[in-house]
Design a protein around this ligand. Structure first.
Ligand code: PHE
Length: 350
C-alpha cells in the first residue's frame, strides 16, 4: 500500500508539472482528484484497512494529498498568471539570437585614428597639449604680438580667468600652440603630430565653433621645403588615394616663412576643373581643393622655443580634421554641423 501511494504521488506530481495550459491542468485534477479519481479512490481504500494499519497509512496518504494539492494550486496560479499557453511561449534555446544594436566610433574619431597611423608610419609621434592655453603659446610666441591685426583671423574665445605671466587664457583657436610647447621639451629631432580640439567664434555650413586640427612639426638640421612636399605628397596619397596630387600656393602666416596653402587635386573632376558636360566643377576651384596651411617655421618661433635658428630649421602644417575627412572620396556632406548633431540616422552611415 505504501509503495502504491508513493508511486501514485510521483505520477500525479509529474502530470501536474507537465500540464501546459489551465485546461490540461483541469483534466489532471479530474483524473486524480475527482470523485472517481485515482487519489480519491486510495483515500477511500484507507477506510477499509484493518484498524491497526489505518493511522500510519492514513498519515502517508494525507500528507501526499496535501503535497499534491499545493503543487496543483501553485501550477494553476502560474498558468493563469501567464494568461497564455506555455506552448506558445515555448522557446527554442538552440535558435540563433538577435544581435543587439552595436555602436561604432564617431567618424571624426575614425579620421583621427587614420591620420595618426599614417603619420606614425613616417616617424611622427602623436602628442597632446592643452586645449585651454596661455595667449603666449596660442599667439605671442608664434610671432603675433598682442593687438596684432593677424590675430583677427582666429576668432578667439577668451577665458574669464585672471591673466598669468604668459598672458590671458584662451580656448586654443588652432593647434599651433603645440609648436613652442613641443620645442620646450628640448629633444631633437622633433617629429610630432598634435591632434586636438580647437575653438573659434563661428558657425555656418562650413564652420563649427568646436572642431579638430592636426598639427605637424618637424625640426632638425637642414629641414627644407623638399621635406614639406614629400610629407604632404605621402599623406595625401595615403589618405585620399594614389591619384591625388598636391600643390603649394604662396600664402602668409606670421609663424612660418615662407608660408603656403596646400591644395589637393579634386576627385570629382579629376583635377580638370570641369565636369563631364564641360561645365565648371561645383566641388572645387579650378580643379583644386584647399586643405590648409603650412610653411617653414619662422626663426622667431624657433627662438621662442629656445632653439638656435642658425643651427636648426623646421616645417609645420596645420589642417582641419573634419574638413580633410569631408574631402575624402565620395563623401559629400553639405553642412559640417551635421557631424555634431548626433543624429543616429546620419552617424550610422559611417
Ligand atoms: N594654425 C594655422 C591655422 O589655423 C595653420 C598652420 C599651421 C599654418 C602650421 C602654418 C603652419 O590656420
Amino acid at each position: 500500500m505504501k509503495d502504491k501511494i508513493k508511486t501514485l504521488q510521483r505520477e500525479i506530481a509529474k502530470a501536474i508539472q507537465e500540464a501546459r495550459t489551465p485546461t490540461a491542468l483541469d483534466e489532471v485534477q479530474n483524473t486524480y482528484f475527482g470523485r472517481k479519481g485515482k487519489l480519491t479512490m486510495i483515500l477511500r481504500a484507507v477506510r477499509d484497512l484493518p484498524e491497526k494499519d489505518r493511522p500510519s497509512i492514513g498519515k502517508i496518504v494525507n500528507s501526499a494529498k496535501l503535497d499534491l494539492e499545493s503543487r496543483l494550486n501553485e501550477r494553476k496560479a502560474m498558468l493563469e498568471g501567464q494568461g497564455s499557453s506555455l506552448d506558445e511561449e515555448w522557446a527554442d534555446v538552440t535558435e540563433p539570437g538577435i544581435r543587439p544594436p552595436e555602436g561604432h566610433l564617431h567618424l571624426v574619431t575614425h579620421a583621427i585614428r587614420e591620420i595618426t597611423s599614417i603619420f606614425d608610419t613616417i616617424g611622427f609621434t602623436r602628442v597632446r597639449y592643452p586645449e585651454v592655453d596661455w595667449d603666449w603659446y596660442a599667439f605671442e610666441s608664434l610671432n603675433m604680438p598682442a593687438d596684432h591685426p593677424a590675430r583677427d583671423e582666429w576668432e578667439t574665445f577668451f577665458m574669464d580667468a585672471p591673466p598669468g605671466k604668459k598672458g590671458k587664457m584662451v580656448l586654443t583657436p588652432h593647434t599651433s600652440n603645440s609648436q613652442v610647447r613641443e620645442m620646450e621639451r628640448g629633444e631633437f629631432p622633433i617629429r610630432m603630430i598634435d591632434i586636438a580640439k580647437c575653438y573659434r567664434r563661428q558657425s555656418d555650413v562650413t564652420h563649427v565653433p568646436m572642431f579638430h586640427q592636426f598639427e605637424g612639426l618637424y625640426v632638425d638640421k637642414d629641414v627644407s621645403i623638399a621635406h614639406l612636399r614629400g610629407i604632404l605628397d605621402y599623406f595625401v596619397k595615403a589618405f585620399f588615394g594614389p591619384d591625388r596630387k598636391t600643390r603649394l600656393r604662396p600664402f602668409h602666416f606670421r609663424f612660418t616663412e615662407p608660408s603656403f596653402e596646400i591644395d589637393v587635386s579634386c576627385d570629382a573632376c579629376g583635377g580638370s576643373g570641369k565636369n563631364e558636360q564641360g561645365e565648371k566643377c561645383r566641388m572645387c576651384k579650378r580643379g583644386w581643393l584647399e586643405l590648409g596651411g603650412a610653411g617653414m617655421v619662422h626663426p622667431n618661433v624657433l627662438s621662442a622655443g629656445g632653439i638656435d635658428s642658425t643651427e636648426y630649421s623646421g616645417l609645420a602644417f596645420g589642417w582641419g580634421v573634419e574638413r580633410t575627412y569631408m574631402m575624402k572620396e565620395g563623401l559629400k556632406v553639405d553642412d559640417i554641423r551635421t557631424l555634431y548633431r548626433n543624429d543616429i540616422r546620419f552617424l550610422k552611415q559611417f
